[in-house]
Design a protein around this ligand. Structure first.
Ligand code: FES
Ligand SMILES: [Fe+2]
Length: 444
């Protein structure tokens, strides 16, 4: 149980707050690269700051103040030029450094005054990596955008999936170090939702947590599982400071502000050997719905939607003065303690853990991955067609199990990448018969 003050320390993300300053030391994914192909500007709210993301005609990315410093027009309605973003109200032009390059009428009226030299807008760094656009709102020198190992894998079909969740980021991230929830929120609840009877999925017998440079590993032993199982010897990753990594997908919980979170999922599915070499021209992205318009209730059919239901159910900002933590929450207690320590280190002028600054090291940062060898070896179409997926370790979900609302064109692109016959569009399925923590292409 926390005090109100402690709860605020974790949940407030604005500039100058304890956690806001810690989170500003890390790059945050805010959009897909392909989004700016569709529209060159995008309004973004990040860590409580209203900004506009754009790509100008030279291909330079910018992330600047949402409001024009002239008379506060919304720059997300501005238009991009060869260099920079121009306000649609009176034509002032800004570049990615936040400089004002032109003020058309001022330059006619006072050609030598150079009023523009006294104008700056807030401007932050943006970098593209792995099909995502990343923003850095912290002090210089900025660290590198981490090159996590799966970003370097060839022959993968990647998709990026967003959802805006109306609750605070921290309750989302606490879910990243909560192995026991899988058994109930996913395995058991899915079984009940589907109206199935029969035995319950295996229960958790042991859990363990270990800290490493880039976060925490969480490990588990389920009923019937041996101690040499990689779910125990390797485990999954609560990735510092605001993500989950399951081996083949990442989920970042990006704070929009104190009461909203952008869920950013990055998923890779390796194509069968017969399809190699496979090169993905464009990484598709989509925004998944969270609410069923027919009932007004949250969608419950997919794994991450079930997580969203749990997070939103905790309230807009979970009231941790009312909780009762038990043995299943040891990871959460550990993460809270370490976050506070690192935030205090930042407040004292120090550097927090997990920043990547060495370009050599950043060529590929390895993380714990269950079934790594199998992933790296690949598999054939014939194996897929004939073999049952090993129980609990499906590399290859037939339907996207993580979030509801996958667009038909992404579904088709996936089937095409896998070299399988096109299938008629089907309504979104209920989750698999029995979800296990290793199943469905590596769930949490
Ligand atoms: S408000 Fe932007 S140029 Fe006037
Ligand atoms: Fe979950």
């Amino acid at each position: 149980m926390l005090t109100e003050e402690q709860n605020r320390a974790f949940t407030q993300v604005g500039s100058g707050t304890l956690m806001g300053e810690l989170l500003r030391r890390y790059w945050m994914p805010i959009a897909a690269v392909a989004e700016l192909d569709d529209a060159p500007t995008k309004p973004v709210r990040l860590l409580g700051e209203d900004l506009v993301l754009y790509r100008d005609q030279r291909g330079t990315y910018g992330l600047i103040d949402r409001h024009c410093p002239h008379r506060r027009a919304d720059l997300s309605y501005g238009f991009v030029e060869e260099c920079g973003l121009r306000c649609n109200y009176h034509g002032w032009l800004f570049d990615e450094q936040g400089r004002c390059l032109e003020q058309p009428f001022e330059e006619v009226a006072h050609p030598t005054a150079r009023f523009k030299d006294r104008i700056r807008v807030r401007a932050y760094r943006v970098e593209a990596k792995a099909g995502l656009l990343w923003a850095y709102l912290g002090p210089e020198p900025a660290p590198l955008v981490p090159t996590w190992e799966p970003f370097t894998w060839p022959n993968g079909f990647v998709q990026i999936v967003f959802a805006e969740i109306p609750c605070n980021w921290f309750q989302c991230q606490e879910n990243s170090i909560d192995p026991v929830h899988f058994e109930w929120l996913h395995s058991n609840w899915s079984r009940v939702l589907a109206g199935r009877r029969g035995p319950r999925p295996p229960t958790h017998l042991r859990i363990a947590f270990d800290e490493f440079e880039y976060g925490f590993r969480y490990r588990r032993i389920l009923e019937g599982q041996r101690e040499d199982d990689e779910l125990w010897t390797v485990g999954r990753v609560c990735l510092w400071p605001n993500a989950l990594f399951t081996g083949t997908h990442f989920e970042w919980r990006v704070p929009i502000d104190d009461t909203r979170t952008l869920s950013v999922g990055w998923f890779i599915h390796r194509v069968p050997r017969e399809r190699e070499p496979y090169h993905q021209e464009r990484i598709p992205y989509w925004y998944g719905p969270i609410q069923d318009p027919r009932t007004g209730r949250w969608i419950t059919s997919h794994i991450m939607n079930q997580d969203f239901v749990a997070w939103m159910g905790q309230g807009t900002i979970a009231d941790r003065t009312q909780e009762h933590l038990g043995e299943s929450d040891r990871g959460i207690i550990l993460m809270r303690r370490r976050l506070l320590e690192e935030a205090q280190r930042v407040a004292a002028g120090g550097e927090p853990k997990g920043l990547v600054r060495d370009p050599e090291q950043n060529r590929c940062i390895r993380l714990p991955i269950v079934d790594r060898e199998r992933w790296l070896a690949g598999y054939s179409l014939a194996e897929l067609a004939t073999a049952q997926e090993p129980p609990g370790r499906g590399l290859y979900p037939k339907e996207f199990p993580f979030q509801a609302g996958q667009p038909e064109e992404v579904r088709r692109a996936y089937w095409e990448a896998m070299g399988l016959p096109e299938r008629a569009a089907a309504p979104a399925p209920q989750p698999a018969a029995v979800l296990t923590p290793g199943g469905n292409g590596a769930a949490s």
